[in-house]
Design a protein around this ligand. Sequence first.
Ligand code: AP5
Length: 222
Amino acid sequence: KAEPPLKIMISGAPASGKGTQCELITQKYGLVHISAGDLLRAEIASGSGNGKLAKEYMEKGQLVPDEIVVMMVKDRLSQTDSQQNGWLLDGYPRSSSQATALKGFGFQPDLFIVLEVPEDILIERVVGRRLDPITGKIYHLKYSPPETEEIAARLTQRFDDTEEKAKLRLKTHNQNVSDVLSMYDDITIKIKGNRSKEEVFAQIDTALSKMLQQRNNTSPSS
Ligand code: AP5
């Protein structure tokens, strides 16, 4: 019997490793990775009015207004691939109003993952981050350096990845985090994010395998 696909949210401070873990989770579990930040950056790249407005908030490390973010995420979650394969939502919700809106549309996660990383480490992760525009892969000059010279030469940096902007993003995160966490208390797992990316993934992998196993055990026709 086919189980319903997994629905997961992943949360954590700026540069806590959400995107990095999402690469590893999707590789193993085949979920559709939906990143609110990536959707917004695609909107900016399209040159739309919403994109221009979003960029003003992102430059200041503030939350982009719900009018723009909520429908964007809802539309992506509603697409066939997300519905069929399950989804991994990254960087949403970031406020109780965003959580409530999604719930109103009938999207409820099975699991809420929180990556916990001490603040002093986050800034170093932000300023060393680089992105491959061709593969979308996330690198770090020190912790995940590019595999070849060719990749190294084409790496780019995000416009909000300066120390100053990262501190603003962190401030916004700290203002909102407890509101969001309180809405998913019963399905939350906290992961120690201050370890190598493989060790962080091992913790997540264990939690996901356990959850899938429990599902199979309780499934009536298994
Ligand atoms: P978004 O793009 O989501 O940025 P963020 O939350 O600040 O998170 P990051 O993407 O910076 O970090 P990450 O946790 O994915 O870390 P990564 O894996 O890359 O949002 C950007 C902006 O968009 C927001 O400020 C806001 O304005 C707006 N926005 C987004 N969502 C919104 C919403 N819902 N509502 C309103 N506005 C919204 O890792 C970071 C670095 O560390 C990398 O270089 C990586 O290689 C390295 N690294 C990762 N793991 C490890 C490890 N274990 N050890 C060593 N290094 C590691």
